[in-house]
Design a protein around this ligand. Structure first.
Ligand code: URA
Length: 237
């Protein structure tokens, strides 16, 4: 249950005061009956109409957005200089406090999950949960057996930090094209892991988070909400 003015504001993008005005003017009906009290408690599955038009869809407590992050965009909610991943979707979610659940470097591309569900984001990022993230990486030198074996054993970074085992394998004919699966998240992890072997990263693209793959129909900068099955898969992870 929640207050009618809050419900209306979250569902329509009206501000709370605009919502209250619409309600007190008698423009809002709940389950077919005009309701002029902004503090009326309404169920999340109530049928609410404004000026006789039902609000479409079912109320969503949280939103979950799959974004294909383009290069040059920063993984933050707000930034003084650069466009952020939240800027790319904000116009469609004016009342939501969205943030990226996990970061990609400014130069990296691919799957960023945007949400306002702090509990799910916490679980996906928590070291205890080991949610796998899969990347397609273009190296400036061919993949070697030493890299493969080192990733599998657990790389020790230049600063002495010992990482959990990870996987790297060829991603096609080109020996510089590889696929990496990580089970933890450390700042600049992939670049630093390859750096241990003297290899540079020319491009890095996140293909999947847990069992959910980035939708290939999404061009860089495009996004869509997760399907119910995708959300269930992340909640299970
Ligand atoms: N590892 C990196 O080095 N960069 C990313 O953006 C993601 C993982």
């Amino acid at each position: 249950m929640m207050r009618l003015d809050k419900y209306l504001s979250e569902r329509t993008g009206l501000t709370r005061s605009e919502s209250r005005k619409a309600i007190t003017k008698g423009r809002v009906a709940v389950n077919g009956v005009v309701c002029r009290k902004a503090d009326t408690q309404v169920a999340e599955d109530a049928s609410v109409a404004v000026d006789g038009s039902p609000l479409g869809g079912v109320y969503q407590k949280y939103v979950y957005i799959m974004l294909n992050k383009p290069e040059g965009v920063v993984s933050a909610s707000r930034d003084k200089r650069d466009t952020t991943v939240v800027d790319l979707v904000a116009a469609d979610f004016p009342r939501r406090a969205l943030f990226p659940a996990g970061r990609l470097d400014k130069t990296s591309t691919g799957f960023v999950l945007l949400t306002d569900d702090g509990a799910l984001a916490h679980d996906l990022l928590s070291p205890a949960h080991h949610v796998t993230k899969q990347y397609r990486v273009t190296l400036d030198t061919p993949l070697t057996e030493a890299m493969r074996a080192g990733f599998a054993a657990g790389v020790t970074l230049a600063d002495g930090q010992r990482l959990a085992p990870a996987e790297v394998e060829p991603a096609g004919e080109d020996p510089c094209e590889v696929r990496v699966r990580l089970h933890q998240g450390v700042y600049h992890q992939i670049k630093r892991m390859f750096g241990v072997y003297g290899a540079g990263v020319n491009a890095l693209h996140r293909e999947a988070i847990g069992a959910v793959a980035l939708d290939p129909a999404l061009a860089p900068g495009q996004w869509r909400e997760l399907t119910a099955a995708e959300l269930a898969a992340l909640q299970k992870a």
